[in-house]
Ligand binder design. Sequence first.
Ligand code: 13P
Ligand code: SF4
Length: 344
Amino acid sequence: MKRPDDIKDKIQAVRETYGRDLLILGHHYQRDAVLAHADERGDSLELARKAAARKEASRIVFCGVRFMAESADILTGPDQAVYMPEPAAGCPMARMADEMAMRQAWTRLNRARAGWLPVVYVNSTAEIKACCGEWGGSACTSSNAARVFEWAFRQDKRVFFLPDEHLGVNTACDLGVPDDQVAIYDPRQPQGGLDDETLRRARVVVWKGYCLVHAAFSPEHVREVRRRRPAAKIIVHPETPRPVVALADAHGSTSQIIAYVKNAAPGSEIVIGTEQNLVQRLADEERGRVTVLSLSPVICANMAKTHANTLLALLQEWPASHRVTVPEPVAAPARRALETMLSL
Ligand code: 13P
Ligand code: SF4
């Protein structure tokens, strides 16, 4: 068995042989031993931008989950190859919306009334992004969802958002959309479980999907912190259900949570409701300045599938099975949805 130091040195040696030809991207939810080798770390928006910007890298390694690597492949040129150290690392939320069900929903919405624009969370398959691009919509991340909704509203459109119910509801609420104008489309119900009257009234329709990590936070977790640590501030990711967001002090994407902690006054206490690898890293980095605690420690099992040794194996062997490619007929319309997001 290889010792951690051997693995570290070997990865470093391979990186040096490739130089600027190789770009390793790592999401903030990755384990420290993997992130130590990333040229760039970031949230999903930042990493999509980095992938699109580094034209000279012929090999891009994405340490994250599949939808992120697919977006990188869509946004990079034909001479750039995207790989994942662990190709089985998917996002369960992305699998909660499939193309056929999305097309059925689109027909259903447009039968009830005209004037919809699709907005898809990047945590979705390339096929879902392709439908979105085909219908003139935009992708979004949790960092810019409000900006993308406003873009749709400025065109006097209604938003069909998928696949995360909670990010959709939280964004609509942040923008002051009344509750009775937000409807939940459940793909498991006939007609999405919505009647025509509800659809005619709705300004925002959100798909009933969720993140296993963030849906695990409950109002009781927040109340417990309030009881035990009345001085602490609580911030949660917007994939967290609305009742929890409503009780928290703040909510924000991964990079907004990091900024919240970095800007906190010395001596403050911050309790975070998001993926545990990020919370633990912030706690370690801030020790002695700010106390960072977890609302409840939840790991993203898929992000955790990537280890330093799987990264090393990829860099040594480049197996074709680890390459992520989106066929051009899907990539072309999906690219429109992603480029619209990046331009906003
Ligand atoms: P960010 O867009 O904040 O990076 O979130 C990605 C994600 O998967 C959250 O669960
Ligand atoms: Fe998907 Fe949630 Fe994991 Fe993010 S944290 S990759 S949304 S399962």
